[in-house]
Structures are given as C-alpha cells and as structure tokens.
Design a protein around this ligand. Structure first.
Ligand code: PMP
Length: 352
C-alpha cells in the first residue's frame, strides 16, 4: 500500500476503536481512485478457519453459499488492548457466550464449545501481532437450494486485525468517522419484533433493516440512526446501544427486550454502579432525548460515543458533555487494564 493511501494518523486520543488514531471531525481523506476490488496488497494477517491459520486473502466463501444467500452467518466482535502485560482481549467470555447464544437462537448446530472458541481467539490474536479487533464468525459454507441446509456443517473463522490499517485503509471509498454524532430518529423503520428475529442474535439477517435506515440517514446528512421498538420506545442505534444522562445525573438505557445485550452497555452499567452513578434500565420515550443533559452510544468499535444532536436539534449543550467524556476515559482505563478492580475482564493472550 502506498503511504498516501494509508488512513492518516492524526494526533490525539481517538473516540473510536475502528479509527483509533483519528481525533477530529471532518473529511479525513479524499476518495481514492483505486478500483473496487480485493486489495492488491492484502494485510499480512492470518485468519483461523476450522483449526488452521490461513493467509487473509485465501479465506473466502462461495457466492452461492447458504450464509451469503440466506444471511445466516453469525458473528461477534471483540477488542484487543495493548496492556502492560501484553495484548489482552476484553470480556472474551461474554463475547464467546453471546456468539453461542446467537447460534442457539437461529438453530445453527455448532460443534465448537466455549473453551474451543476461546482457544481459537487466543491463538489468532497471538498469530497477528498489533491486532486491536477480533471478529469470530460461524457460517454454513455449503451451496444450498433450500432455506434449510441439507449440509448443516458449520465453519468457524476467527480474524484478528487492526481495523484502520488492515480494513478501512484498504477500502476504495473515503473513511467516514465523526467523533461526535448527529443522529436521525428513524421513523419509517422500527426495531424488528423479537418473534421475527430476536435482537440478541448477532446474525447477518438482523442488519438489513438498520442498514436501510442508516443509509437513508447518511444520504440526508446524518451520521447515525436511533430505532424505536414496536411500542414506540427507544431501542438502539444500528450497531450501538444508547444511554441518556438525565438532568439529575442518572444514567438511563432501554431494557433488553428489544436491544442487543451489548458488552460495552453492560460494562458501562457495571462501571457506573462501581463508581456510585445511579443507573436505570427502563422504557424511554424518544422525546426524552431532547430533555436529557447528555446522550451517548456504546459499542465495542467505538467505546462511549457522544451524540450532539437528534433530528437537527441540539442535545444538552450541543457538544460532548462531562459525563460522556468522563465515562469514555473511564471505560478506556478499564479496557486497557489500568483499573485492578476490573482486571478479571481481560484475557492476557501471552502467558507470563
Ligand atoms: N447493538 C447492536 C445491534 C450491535 O450490533 C452492537 C455491536 N455488537 C451493539 C449494540 C453494541 O454491542 P457491543 O457493546 O457488545 O459491541
């Protein structure tokens, strides 16, 4: 990759693990002129597939495979942090158990258990120095005619990489990243009802509806969307949970009925309780966004991500508020292994 094609490294702490070195808003680089194809210089990474570490570019599935055609692939996404004791995976157990729960919810017959998948994650992180993210996928690679596969053998793949250098920097399009979010409340599209696809399943099929809503919002000049549930209460963003900070300093987030049990969501709730900040998991009306002192989103890819406006109306002071900023640093401190009270959340991949 030519140096000018790399994602620029801007000074300062980033708000987003997907773009860890980017601190400021605005266009980061012009569109590239490269054709839309697999990059000529693939990242020097190896992906674990069914027990073997293979070169990044050789890991493909057939166009006609069940997982591509029926959106049956399940996945989970976790973060890796450079700590004083070497690379550590954040809350690996929660992520691996959530993957197994996704499999159970859609009926995917997994043959690997928690221990085997966790072992594959550790092995893959060790084999890919500098990785900051891990994506674990389970999928049906066979070519099928029916919606139910005749060959139900599930493949498992684990990729560990540095998002900016290995993925975003290789894309043909411009990088999109805003440290503070302008949100559109999606009106024409709601969170899917749990009896259609359970929100706890991280399955490809669950991302079509938010994709449509977010794409429309992007075209209208917004960064992200918030979806409401079938009763009209706030649910979550496309791939993030939402929190409100009320005027009296309480943290409020929707309960789990219509939202994914985000690992960052649960980490923020636990850190807040530990730090004596009152929290409530409850039904939240969309109007409450406009009377909240602050609003932020949470996700593995972004940590704590401040929201500055909703439908063009400023939230709170119209900039990242003190509680969001404090929780963002607090979360980074915990995830980077600087708070012994939460050390059990880290899996150090190199034996000491
Ligand atoms: N909601 C949805 C629908 C998501 O896809 C994600 C990303 N996994 C989240 C919330 C945030 O979850 P986590 O904090 O575990 O990344």
């Amino acid at each position: 990759m030519a140096p000018e094609e790399r994602v620029p490294r801007l000074p300062g702490a980033g708000a987003c693990r997907n773009f860890p070195s980017m601190a400021s808003a605005g266009p980061l680089r012009p569109s590239l002129t490269r054709p839309r194809s697999i990059p000529t210089t693939p990242p020097n990474r190896r992906i674990w597939v069914d027990g073997e570490l293979l070169p990044w570019e050789s890991v493909t599935v057939h166009l006609l495979s069940h997982s591509v055609q029926r959106a049956s692939l399940i996945f989970d996404f976790m973060s890796v942090h450079p700590t004083r004791r070497g690379p550590a995976v954040f809350r690996m157990g929660e992520h691996v158990r959530r993957l197994l729960r996704s499999a159970e919810l859609i009926g995917l017959p997994m043959t690997m258990d928690e221990e085997a998948i966790s072992g594959a994650v550790v092995e893959t992180v060790r084999a890919n120095p500098g990785a900051t993210a891990v994506k674990v996928c389970a999928y049906l690679p066979s070519i099928e005619v029916e919606v139910v596969p005749s060959d139900d053998r599930v493949s498992v793949a684990v990729a560990a990489y540095e998002t900016a250098a290995d993925v975003v920097g290789h894309n043909a399009g411009p990088v999109y990243f805003k440290p503070e979010l302008r949100i559109r409340l999606a009106k024409e599209r709601r969170k899917m009802r749990p009896e259609i696809i359970p929100p706890q399943a991280k399955v490809s099929a669950n991302y079509t509806s938010p994709m449509i809503a977010k794409w429309a919002a992007r075209r209208a000049g917004y960064d992200e969307i918030l979806l409401v549930d079938e009763k009209g209460y706030l649910a979550e963003a496309s791939t993030e949970n939402v929190f409100l900070v009320s005027q009296d300093g309480r943290l409020r987030t929707p309960s789990l009925a219509y939202v994914l049990a985000g690992v960052t969501r649960s980490s923020i709730l636990e850190i807040a309780k530990h730090d004596g900040i009152p929290v409530a998991e409850e039904a939240i009306r969309p109007e409450d966004l406009f009377t909240a002192a602050e609003v932020f989103l949470t996700a593995t890819s972004a940590g704590v991500w401040p929201v500055v406006s909703v439908d063009g109306r400023a939230v709170g002071e119209g900039r990242a508020g003190p509680v969001s900023r404090a929780l963002r640093s607090r979360f980074e401190e915990v995830a980077n292994g600087h708070d012994p009270a939460f050390d059990a959340w880290l899996t150090y991949v190199n034996p000491t």
